[in-house]
Design a protein around this ligand. Sequence first.
Ligand code: NDP
Ligand code: 8X3
Length: 255
Amino acid sequence: MGTTKKIAVITGATSGIGRATAQLFAKHAIHLVLCGRRQDRLTALKEELMHYTSVHTLNFDVRDKDAVFAALQSLPAEFTDIDILINNAGNAHGLEPIQEGSLDDWDAMLDINVKGLLYVSKAIIPGMVAKKAGHIINIGSTAAKEVYPNGNVYCASKHAVDALNQGMRIDLNPFNIRVGSINPGMVETEFSSVRFKGDEDRAAKVYQGFTALQAEDVADIIHFVVTRPYHVNIADLVVMSTAQANSTIVNKSND
Ligand code: NDP
Ligand code: 8X3
């Protein structure tokens, strides 16, 4: 990988961890391809960050295989030599016991968190293989490492991301490509609002009584990971707020 200009593709750049990562990368002059479905947010973010670096936005749903490939193949020449892929787009949909889960929610989580990540990776990996360089960061979760009550399908989707992270690292090893995952615990973003389908009171309660991780905390770690010397690959990182011990134990007595 060259030592000067770096180009990063960030999926899920319109909110939370992806947006904070875009903001931090821009301040370090990393060139950005920002992806998401909400065009108004993509446009606003581009306007905000183009003062620091060059920015190209792509609007597609990661579930739509054709749209993923069409969008990534449409990149202007100056953005095609991709160095960094942050596979971040994803969400939980619902929090029900398995016997009550919604088929639509299950489809959404598996199609977005697993298949969407695969489609984007499939479109970008050949360029990295050809130049024998690149860095893929898969955003997993503590839900990739343990299963919690009612987390069933979301946890399964993130366990799949964990397996894919390992599989990519193995298969791309001959090509000098770095692959690693970052697995955060609870981060205060729009995640719970999406999980609870816009029920903001329920979403806010998730983060009450303790200091949750913020999107900027995770962005900081992602930036640390991508700025290590090239022979250093942070393969699998778990990060939680100090108040969180695992998916079910959160100390709410100190705030
Ligand atoms: P947000 O809801 O704030 O952001 C999710 C992002 O994903 C948005 O930019 C959204 O963009 C994008 N996205 C969702 N669905 C699609 C889709 N079908 N096609 C394209 N883009 C999509 O959540 P977070 O920032 O918290 O989540 C980012 C990642 O971090 C996810 O993979 C999540 O699982 C993971 N994570 C989150 C944790 C948390 O507690 N918040 C903890 C551990 C991991 P748009 O709607 O514009 O398409
Ligand atoms: C998001 C964190 O605990 O809601 O991945 O699964 S959790």
